[in-house]
Write a protein that binds this ligand. Sequence first.
Ligand code: AMP
Length: 108
Amino acid sequence: MSDCVFCKIIAGEIPSTQVYRDELVTAFRDIKPAAPIHVLIIPNQHFASVNDVTSEDEPLMGHLFTVAKQIAEQEGIAESGYRLIINTGPDGRQEVFHIHMHLLGGQR
Ligand code: AMP
């Protein structure tokens, strides 16, 4: 998607502080952190929101969780705990329409 800010991050057209990348997902630090650790984990494939996910995408969406767990370990917050949030649509306060999982930790 040419006008998607997160697609541009994946393509390296917009800078980001990347913390993880593989063939399916990319993770980078949120530009306006809401917690000491605030990482966004996104599929490399564009999905506007959870509303676009189908049963065929279950392995990819499940991968977001195992990567989140891995990053939590990497960031040293696996034991202290963290929140995983996926905002969806206007009432969900979604601002960027490329699915992203917020990983928030480092404080209660
Ligand atoms: P949401 O409300 O769930 O759509 O959250 C979008 C998140 O993306 C917000 O927390 C923003 O701070 C973050 N964000 C927007 N643009 C960038 C960017 N260029 N790099 C990193 N994070 C961003």
